[in-house]
Design a protein around this ligand. Structure first.
Ligand SMILES: [Zn+2]
Length: 268
């Protein structure tokens, strides 16, 4: 099953781990002329901001090709963008960019090559949580390249958390609000460059209005300092990367969580 929905700047395409997708393909206007746009081995989500529609009623089709050659989809969206939803998404994006703290989203691998160091073919299980090759995921490399962005950190007052049920399961969790431009999935890693903490994503709620993805509310738990994720490549030299994030010198502790929470959050 493939789901596609627009954001202010592109389109999110999501599917299931069990699809074992290998290639993502796109076709404009008709579902008969697909071309590959991305290698998606080990992924369950892709953000497509490469095609800019030429007309309001442009139809954009996506399909996935699985490991066994099976085709998943197609799914389509019509580029008849909802101007109000688009403006809301853009406003949230600007707010997060201006007032959020710098973070990196690191997507976890859910497929690909089994870890050559610690995966046991006899038990079909990963045996080393601290493995420097797969970081305990069982898949070679463990994670994809970090994507540097911003997030609003939500203060954990009783009032704001009432509407976020998974917090009950994870009492020490952090709540972050991101725009929709960097899609987050459960089990991904989020690095918080303000505190140096590295978090495991427990749940993601997408706020979707008029079929447009506006924002994501992420509940994440801090990993212990001995977790191998603290030595993920690309996160160690983050101070350099920080300079590349637009607006990263903006004030980061003046945010208003109530703008984002409470009235239009839907279950993913
Ligand atoms: Zn391993």
């Amino acid at each position: 099953m493939i789901r596609v929905y627009p954001t202010a700047t592109g389109r999110i395409i999501r599917w299931s781990e069990s699809d074992n997708a290998v290639t993502l393909e796109r076709s404009i206007h008709s579902p008969s002329n697909f071309s590959p746009i991305a290698d998606v081995v080990g992924r369950i989500v892709y953000y497509d901001d490469q095609y800019i529609p030429e007309a309001l009623n442009d139809m954009i089709w996506y399909q996935l090709v699985a490991q066994d050659g099976k085709v998943i989809g197609p799914a389509r969206i019509v580029n008849l963008q909802d101007k109000l939803a688009e403006a809301m998404a853009d406003r949230i994006r600007q707010h997060v960019e201006g007032f959020g703290v710098p973070i990196a989203v690191v997507q976890v691998r859910v497929g690909g090559k089994k870890c050559s160091r610690c995966f046991s073919t006899s038990t079909n299980k990963t045996v080393d949580r601290m493995c420097p090759v797969c970081y305990g995921t069982g898949w070679e490399g463990g994670y994809f390249e970090p994507v540097f962005t911003k997030a609003i950190k939500v203060q954990q007052s009783e009032r704001t958390l009432k509407s976020i049920t998974p917090v009950v399961q994870f009492p020490n969790a952090s709540v972050l609000v991101l725009s929709s431009d960097v899609p987050v999935s459960p089990k991904d890693i989020i690095a918080d460059f303000q505190t140096g903490g590295i978090y495991r994503v427990q749940s993601v709620k997408e706020t979707i209005e008029r079929n447009t993805a506006l924002s994501q509310t992420v509940i994440a738990t801090l990993l212990p300092l001995e977790a191998p994720e603290y030595s993920l490549p690309g996160l160690k030299d983050y101070e350099y990367k920080l300079e590349n994030i637009p607006g990263s010198k903006a004030q980061t502790n003046n945010w208003d969580p109530d703008v984002f929470l409470g009235n239009s959050i839907k279950e993913n």
